[in-house]
Design a protein around this ligand. Structure first.
Ligand SMILES: [Zn+2]
Length: 393
């Protein structure tokens, strides 16, 4: 059912990219983000995980299966950019399904402070929203299950190579590499300090109210991994939820300092759902080509992103700007997603078509030097930002 659902959603546009073609597909259901990149010769990398409403399967697996691609063979690398729920939904199942792939996990998520924190939050589940924590625990459990010689973990830090891949006979232009641009050491330290403080609060909390206050779900995304992908002559910059605080040794400032090592990108996955807290002018001028193709996912819970002012600011940088869903889009709470179809059916007494539950922006382009610009396709709830400007608050 899940597969035919996605099939319908893609409206039969299910041919995989050509062997020498680069694809960047950004999925975002409104709350959540997952990016797939074809790096040539049937090889894929995945950054973060989310699911379609009504499906239990991670969207990365659903999508590749729909393209007739075997994820277990095709995915070379999965990056867990950070642990927040909107970037990790289904990550445990995704990692379990791709035993040969490298898993890139920020160092601080493997440390004892994060383990203590996740243990505390897990023991309090039901009283707090700890789904990101639950997913991270699934990932850790899966990696522990593997024989030691089969575990391939990368610990991304600023300026670290995560993957290198050669050209092949059928993908002669697809030599390339994937680099982590963050986190910077100062961001890692700040994250661990924040964890230690939160652990203290959790241990001292005596009521549900004080427990809820002690979650760190909405703290700055200090350890988010931004990624630079180079395939042949094509560069793509993926901003994750990395933020900018103005400290020279942290966030985008620290990334910008090493910008000259990296080719300017023709695609930018805009950081942190377009928020002004992730804006760094130098990223646009020094890390992206002029009129770069920008794509973002919204954050449509609580503090909604992007704001109208964010979208206007970003449109001032590039008119070629897409979003996977409008932040205003009506949706059901995530914890009811799996039962949505059944629930609707029960109430109406017959099958009811539900919203596609996800939007995607798919970009494809030949990896050859001087190839024509990206071909853009939008699916489901995705659109140009200029078309939904009036939806934004
Ligand atoms: Zn996010």
């Amino acid at each position: 059912m899940t597969q035919s659902g996605l099939h319908q959603f893609l409206r039969s546009k299910t041919a995989p990219p050509g062997s020498d073609e680069v694809e960047v597909t950004i999925f975002g259901p409104g709350y959540g983000e997952c990016i797939l990149i074809h790096i040539g010769a049937g090889r894929w990398i995945v950054i973060d995980s989310c699911r379609r409403h009504g499906s239990k399967t991670p969207i990365a697996l659903e999508y590749l299966q729909t393209l007739n691609v075997n994820p277990a063979e095709a995915i070379q690398l999965v990056v867990v950019s950070h642990w927040h729920e909107d970037h990790t939904s289904g990550m445990g199942d995704l990692v379990a399904a791709i035993p040969k792939a490298k898993v890139a996990l920020p160092n601080v998520l493997g440390g004892k402070e994060f383990r203590t924190y996740t243990r505390l939050v897990s023991s309090l589940s039901g009283q707090m929203d700890g789904k990101g924590v639950v997913e991270m625990n699934k990932v850790f459990a899966e990696l522990r299950r593997r024989p030691a010689d089969k575990v391939r973990i990368e610990r991304p830090v600023r300026d670290q190579r995560l993957l290198e891949f050669p050209a092949t006979k059928t993908a002669q232009n697809c030599e390339g590499r994937v680099f982590a641009l963050s986190p910077a050491p100062d961001d890692e330290r700040a994250f661990v300090d924040a964890l230690i403080a939160k652990i203290g609060e959790l241990e001292a909390a005596t009521t549900v109210g004080t427990l809820q206050k002690a979650t760190i779900n909405h703290e700055p995304n200090d350890v988010a991994v931004a990624v630079h992908v180079l395939v042949g002559s094509i560069a793509v910059l993926l901003g994750s939820d990395l933020e900018e605080s103005g400290y020279p040794t942290r966030g985008w400032c620290s990334v910008h300092e090493i910008h000259s090592q990296f080719q300017k990108a023709s695609v930018l996955k805009i950081a942190h759902h377009g928020s002004h807290t992730a804006h760094h002018e130098g990223v646009w001028t020094d890390m992206c080509e002029p009129e770069v193709l920008g794509v973002m996912t919204p954050y449509n819970r609580g503090w909604k992103l992007p704001k109208k002012s964010d979208a206007t600011r970003l449109l001032g940088k590039t008119q070629d700007l897409y979003i996977t869903a409008s932040p205003k889009q009506k949706k059901l709470p995530a914890h009811r997603d799996h039962g949505v179809a059944r629930l609707f059916e029960k109430v109406a007494g017959k099958p009811v078509p539900i919203e596609p539950g996800i939007g995607a922006v798919r970009l494809r382009r030949s990896a050859a030097a001087g190839s024509p610009a990206w071909a853009v396709e939008t699916f489901g709830t995705a659109s140009k930002v200029s078309e939904i400007l009036n939806d934004l608050a």
